[in-house]
Design a protein around this ligand. Sequence first.
Ligand SMILES: Cc1ncc(COP(=O)(O)O)c(C=O)c1O
Length: 375
Amino acid sequence: MNIPMVDLRSQYLKIKNEIDKNILNVIDNTAFINGDDVKILRNELAEYLNVKHVITCGNGTDALQIAMMALGLQPGDEVISTDFTFIATVETIALLKLTPVMVDVDPDTFCINPAEIEKAITPKTKAIMPVHLFGQCADMDRIMEIAEKYNLYVIEDTAQAIGSDFTSDKGWTKKAGTIGHIGCTSFFPSKNLGCYGDGGAIFTNDDELSEKLNSIVNHGMKVRYYHDRIGVNSRLDTIQAAVLRVKLPLLDEYNLARLTTADYYDKAFANCDKIITPKRFHKSTHTFHQYTMILNDVDRDGLQAYLQSKGIASAVYYPVALHNQKAFQGYHYNPNDFLITDKLCETVLSLPINTELDNDTLSYISDNVLEFLGK
Ligand SMILES: Cc1ncc(COP(=O)(O)O)c(C=O)c1O
């Protein structure tokens, strides 16, 4: 047995004909940069997400940086985000010489805790950057209320939750990444909508912001060789867009396959007091970018080693909270502000989840987990 976390090869083999045809078509017509597939993908994504503007870019990290540049944030401005996320979220804040203010997460959803956001607001706060972690939306009702009350921008990091739906207390339902002022996503290969290299996109319903974003991704230029602002070079390759155009129509099916896998694990572990299965947030659908459970008084390293000996991959997302990373020591965060995150870093474990897992494999994985736990 060899069960990886992600199985891109099996997924590729099922769509090989279309993928190969689309890639060869790009090579054949040599429009490698800003080719037709990029333009069409932008429209197709806008339609899927029901958002006015989609701006593609080089990767999810660039998307976040470009979003903050377009909002005109200035050195010293504070951006509130979570420390239980991939580093890109907060790294980009620091890179622009803004001040990353990190707050603790909700113990059930692992997403930013709105009550903590409000406590962290100062006169320098300019934006909130929630992360829809592992496939589930943060509480965007509360976050948008706080943003309105304090006149803040909201940039959604939806790299892990493309396709998730958030249903507001007010009755509306919107796709993750289309609720705040700007949404950012990644098409990293292992993401729910992944390409075959690096890729990213930015979403907004605001015409003026869209114009700025379009300009920043392309050296601050609208008319060739006339530069209106300082920008960057961040483009989605046409070959990547060609891959994504095959996979976008399958995204809902892919997300459903992940949900079915999560349901299987939930059921298998329902009576095991050593495992807390992922809580589902009633306002959000869950696209299970990761199936992340909390272990209750379990030797996590031992369990991982045991699973490895049975050919089963597992992973810890994330082993070290960002406030404890060397890179952020200069900010002198107060360790008492991150008690939930710290506990999660010690107790979470993610099991294989992808679009290709069948019941026999899931039974093998869950039986082995329970075997180790003596259940
Ligand atoms: C939450 C989150 N934000 C941002 C990123 C950055 O995306 P990329 O790797 O495409 O730069 C990732 C993933 O890698 C992520 O998981």
